[in-house]
Write a protein that binds this ligand. Structure first.
Ligand code: PHE
Length: 415
């Protein structure tokens, strides 16, 4: 039997959870969405969605992890409704399969930068790009091999500190080289902004599908879930805003419709000292790796229900992803793997993960139906806010789920 996995303390848990939350979502997705929909309106919509939907889901997810203390799949099985466990598992495997490919491009850019001079967009279609994910996979597997405390926690502590320092440094340099463009206060009046902000809040906080649930099952001390969630949310929002602000300054405040490739193109050649651009990609890589670790840890923890010990489960996961990531890796290669002319990677990101994130609201809300009010309030430790938050999470969140479901379906069938 494997040794029980535990964080050394709350700080270890918090840093690893922030590591999961802060990822490509903050440095890549958020800036391009903000530049597309208008920085200020998007920030406002995003912060409102984080406060009223993302964080409440996190409250429930973390509390449920502390109460059920089992893997995600096992928890739903115990509640005699196994589907959310299986579906989340499949969605997270899909997310991990293409997320690692994007992280792999960044890895190849970061390591080949001193030797080859090219734009990021040239790299994506270069023959060496598709193998990048293999390095990311192996690198992320190392901390998992050493366990939650000695591996994930120790690794995250060092690397997250580096990430914060680098982000501040890059922002300071960008501000010293460029003037801050005028900021105009505009409100998010368009419905589409809200839809994108809502799904971005899920994606960025890593909530809805059991990732943070898994991390919270490893907490041994007493803790206030409300405070922990606010700390995780605060860092996640702050880094997302910092990266978007960076792009805002570098683009001179201009709205851009470039989409997913924006960050990659913008940052390749704007700094006076080219190496600063390289540092930004290093940040992206660090952030992406700690998120991949959380996805792989989730998969490994669930596979252990099926008779594998931790190391065997990890081995099986690594070998499987060598194949599972291939379709995404080949999407932008000379093979141009696509379906109905859309690259496989884009299909997975937009139509599978982007359009299904609403499901997570119901999955997590379902767990709350099996948690007693006093237990929720006790773990949340929110004082007088405990009871209203319970009602908010148990009933009101479902309304957001229904709205998201309707809108996402419309989006899927062409809107
Ligand atoms: N939160 C991560 C990011 O912002 C993505 C992620 C989503 C990771 C869900 C794990 C689970 O990049």
């Amino acid at each position: 039997m494997d040794k029980k996995q535990e964080w050394s303390g709350i700080l270890g848990f918090l840093i690893a959870a922030i590591g999961s939350a802060v990822g490509l979502g903050n440095y890549w997705r958020m800036p391009y969405l903000a530049s597309q929909y208008g920085y200020i309106p998007f920030f406002i919509a995003f912060i409102v969605c984080v406060m009223f939907v993302g964080l409440p889901i996190m409250f429930v997810e973390l509390t449920a992890g502390r109460i059920f203390k089992k893997s995600f799949i096992e928890t739903y099985k115990k509640l005699k409704f196994p589907w959310p466990g299986y579906i989340s598992f499949i969605l997270m495997v899909i997310l991990c399969s293409y997320y690692m490919v994007i992280a792999g491009w960044i890895f190849m850019y970061v390591v080949t930068y001193p030797f080859i001079v090219y734009n990021f967009s040239d790299l994506i279609t270069h023959n060496i790009a598709p193998v990048g994910y293999i390095f990311v996979l192996l690198l992320s597997a190392i901390p998992i091999y050493f366990g939650v405390q000695k591996g994930i926690e120790s690794f995250s502590k060092i690397i997250m500190a580096l990430l914060v320092i680098l982000t501040i440094l890059i922002l300071a340099i960008a501000l010293s080289e460029n003037p801050i463009p005028p900021i105009t206060l505009e409100l998010p009046t368009n419905l589409e902004i809200w839809i994108m902000a809502l799904s971005q809040s899920f994606f960025s906080l890593s909530v809805g599908f059991g990732i943070l649930f898994t991390y919270s099952t490893y907490i041994k001390q007493k803790t206030s879930i409300m405070k922990d969630s606010i700390v995780i949310g605060f860092f996640d929002v702050l880094i997302g805003l910092a990266a978007s602000f960076l792009v805002f300054v570098l683009l001179g405040g201009v709205v851009s419709t470039e989409g997913p490739t924006l960050v990659f193109d913008v940052l390749s050649g704007v700094f006076k000292i080219a190496a600063i651009g390289w540092l930004f990609y290093l940040c992206l890589l660090i952030a992406a790796i700690t998120s991949v670790i959380s996805l792989l840890e989730f998969i490994v923890s669930n596979l252990q229900n099926y008779g594998f010990n931790r190391k065997k489960a990890l081995f099986l996961t690594v070998v499987s992803f060598l194949f599972l990531s291939l379709p995404s890796a080949l999407s932008y290669s000379s093979l141009n793997l696509s379906f109905m002319n859309i690259p496989v990677l884009d299909i997975l990101d937009r139509y599978v993960i982007g359009a299904t994130s609403w499901v997570g609201i119901f999955f997590i809300a379902f767990l709350l139906q099996h948690i007693k009010e006093e237990d929720f309030v006790k773990h949340l430790d929110a004082g007088r806010l405990g009871k209203p938050l319970y009602i908010w999470c148990k009933y009101i969140l479902l309304i957001f789920g229904v709205v998201m479901a309707v809108v996402s379906t419309k989006f899927l069938i062409g809107w």
